[in-house]
Design a protein around this ligand. Structure first.
Ligand code: G4P
Length: 286
């Protein structure tokens, strides 16, 4: 197991994120639409403080659209001082929509500044999120340029610059990289399945068993369609189902190989769109 975050790194990343937050008008918090809660940093509320924030459920093209709508309703609940949208960072109309929402969020503040005779200025933004939620991709798309990938390490943000986006926005060039909630086994499994944890913390077959159970129950028919797998096997035993999958793939007794194929197929969307986090029942609050 590769430990990715140490307490010192976390403290530094948090401190930098808070320093940067103080320089911007709006925080853009990127999460993975397939795991909108599991891909949030545990201290996000504290880090963002009272600053207006736009939660961007990125990779919406890979997520279950019905569940994305439920998540948007949840995050956009009027009680919260925040807004949420779902986007595919590669889709320019989603990027345009994001810019319009940011402008709407700033209308009152800008009008108040104008009323006090303060010269209009660009809206200042920063991007925050855990590794792999699409921060670099989103920044490249919003500035319409290709910038080098940022190292996924906390505390690498040294000499920050403002990137101009038309005349309307200024964006801090390096995103705030926060750590995942890898301490929790169930969350770790979801991060692993979506590819957020590259140096996997789990055995491949454990992730595969988790996936087989989830797909059998939540997305019935897909395992049968893609692998001609008998889904009723899952009702008896998921390890038996993994053995059947290995056989179906002609991988002999290489269960790890079959597990890896299943995991990659899921990440590539071959088993359809999916969302692993469920909106909590009977609550509209975070
Ligand atoms: P990060 O800075 O937050 O660490 O994330 P990054 O932009 O590197 O994106 C992580 C992976 O997610 C990349 O894929 C990227 O292409 C993909 N991605 C980002 N946004 C979206 C989106 O809205 N939809 C989809 N489908 N994918 C998205 P990769 O395979 O790791 O790299 P690459 O092969 O694309 O270079």
């Amino acid at each position: 197991m590769v430990i990715q975050w140490f307490p010192g790194h976390m403290a530094k990343a948090k401190r930098q994120a808070i320093e940067n937050r103080n320089m911007v008008d709006i925080v853009l918090e990127l999460v993975d639409a397939r795991i909108p809660i599991s891909s949030r940093n545990p201290l996000m509320d504290e880090i963002v403080g009272g600053k207006p924030r736009l939660i961007i459920l990125n990779k919406a093209d890979l997520a279950d659209s019905n569940m994305t709508n439920d998540w948007l309703e949840y995050f956009n609940h009027p009680e919260h001082n925040q807004k949420a949208i779902a986007v595919n960072a590669f889709n320019q109309s989603d990027i345009k929509r994001t810019k319009n929402i940011i402008k709407e969020m700033m209308i009152e503040k800008m009008a108040a500044r104008e009323a006090r005779g303060i010269k209009p200025r660009a809206i200042r933004l920063m991007v925050l999120g855990i590794p792999n939620v699409g921060k670099s991709t989103f920044i490249n798309q919003i500035i319409k340029r290709n910038r080098a990938k940022t190292a996924n390490k906390p505390g690498v943000t040294q000499h920050q610059q403002w990137l101009k986006i038309e005349n309307d926005f200024e964006l801090l060039d390096t995103p705030g990289i926060l750590w995942h909630k890898f301490e929790d086994q169930a969350i770790g499994m979801k991060l692993a399945l979506t590819g957020a944890i590259k140096d996997t913390l789990f055995h491949k077959d454990d992730i595969a068993l988790y996936a087989l159970e989830l797909w059998t129950n939540r997305y019935p028919g897909r395992l049968k369609q893609v692998y001609r797998l008998d889904e009723s096997l899952g009702k008896e035993s998921y390890p038996d189902m993994l053995m059947a999958l290995t056989e179906q793939l002609n991988f002999g007794d290489e269960y790890d190989r079959a597990s890896e194929k299943l995991i990659f197929d899921i990440r590539d969307g071959k088993l359809g769109t999916f969302t692993l986090d469920e909106v909590p029942e009977n609550t509209n609050s975070q």
